[in-house]
Design a binder for this molecule. Structure first.
Ligand SMILES: Nc1ncnc2c1ncn2[C@@H]1O[C@H](COP(=O)(O)OP(=O)(O)OP(=O)(O)O)[C@@H](O)[C@H]1O
Ligand SMILES: [Mg+2]
Length: 300
């Protein structure tokens, strides 16, 4: 099957953008690759079922200036979570490095807050205790009053006043994710990393939380890396959208600039002339990459 390839000269454009912003970058990814080793245990070898190494992502380069909202979008299984986990320091790259303000980071740190799709809250702790635990871990020298005030500040920021004493099992999915966002922000990270934070939510709650993230971002202005499958979500929230190719050896295909003024309202977005151009570029990219993944699967 033949699918028309998107026309933009992907790699050339990526490298130009990199050179323009490299001097100012807060977060830099340099030649990041991740190889998952194939099954090569002695028993597998005996049974002749060894599988080759799997190169999930290859040679990823990206520079992000501070206070930029970046979304990463790409076909399912291309390596988005793999890349985010490497930035978070939860997984080591097979080669390449992550730099923050020019310094290599290779483990998790308070400079990066992570919001997970499955919330990852402590089930035995209340909302306030979940936040307090994160704050205590990062700022053990703070007074109890300082810690409590910060907990209250971030609970208010995400609209959870009144739910402080509830446990995660007493919260809706949307409320749990608010706790996740509040916990990540409460440690005052330079960079907020979010892996499909709204993926498990129904469409209405998802839309509502997207608007909340837009509002919070106006207030907090962090550097954000958001992984999403939603074109609308990326266009509503991002300054830049990184489009990844399919794997194996997934790479950055193109980086789109989203020039809409802020604060943004979802109902006004499609009035901007660039909206339809960007949406079409993303749809074409995702459709091409996803269909070729499916075509290669069918050939196997
Ligand atoms: N621990 C692992 N061992 C072996 N292969 C892995 C491991 N983790 C991920 N992979 C493979 O790496 C590729 C990228 O996985 P990853 O979870 O990063 O994709 P993704 O883009 O986040 O997908 P999705 O959009 O479905 O969340 C997949 O082919 C996956 O099977
Ligand atoms: Mg993922």
């Amino acid at each position: 099957m033949n699918y028309s390839e998107p026309t933009t000269p992907f790699r050339e454009r990526q490298n130009t953008e990199m050179l323009e912003t490299a001097q100012l970058a807060q977060l830099s990814l340099r030649n990041i690759s991740k190889v998952f080793p194939g099954r090569n245990s002695p028993i597998d070898k005996l049974l002749k079922r060894t599988s080759p190494d799997f190169v999930a992502i290859a040679d990823i380069n990206l520079d992000v200036t501070s206070n930029t909202f970046v979304s990463i979008i790409g076909p399912s299984g291309c390596g988005k979570s793999t890349l985010l986990n490497i930035i978070a320091g939860l997984s080591a790259p097979s080669s390449g490095s992550v730099l923050i303000d020019g310094k290599t980071v290779d483990q998790p740190g308070p400079d990066r807050g992570v919001v997970f799709q499955n919330y990852a809250l402590m089930p035995w702790m209340t909302v306030a205790e979940n936040l307090r635990f994160a704050i205590e871990t990062v700022y053990p020298h703070w007074t109890v009053t300082q810690q409590k005030e910060t907990v209250q500040e971030y609970i208010a920021l995400v609209g959870l006043r009144g739910a402080e004493r509830k446990h995660p099992h007493e919260l809706s999915g949307g409320m749990k994710q608010r706790v996740g966002i509040a916990r990540a922000l409460a440690i005052n990270p330079q960079i907020l990393l979010m892996d499909e934070p709204f993926g498990a939510l129904d469409a209405l709650t998802r839309g509502f939380l997207q608007d909340e993230v837009e509002r919070i971002w106006e207030q907090e202005r962090k550097t954000v890396i958001l992984i999403t499958h939603s074109i609308e979500e990326a266009l509503l929230l991002s300054d830049k959208i990184v489009m990844m190719t399919r794997g194996p050896k997934a790479a950055i295909a193109q980086v789109l600039d989203v020039p809409f003024p802020r604060p943004r309202k979802r109902e006004e977005l499609d009035q901007y002339p660039d909206y339809h151009r960007l949406k079409t570029a993303m749809e074409q990219h995702l459709s091409y990459e996803t269909r070729t993944v499916e075509a290669s699967r069918l050939q196997k």
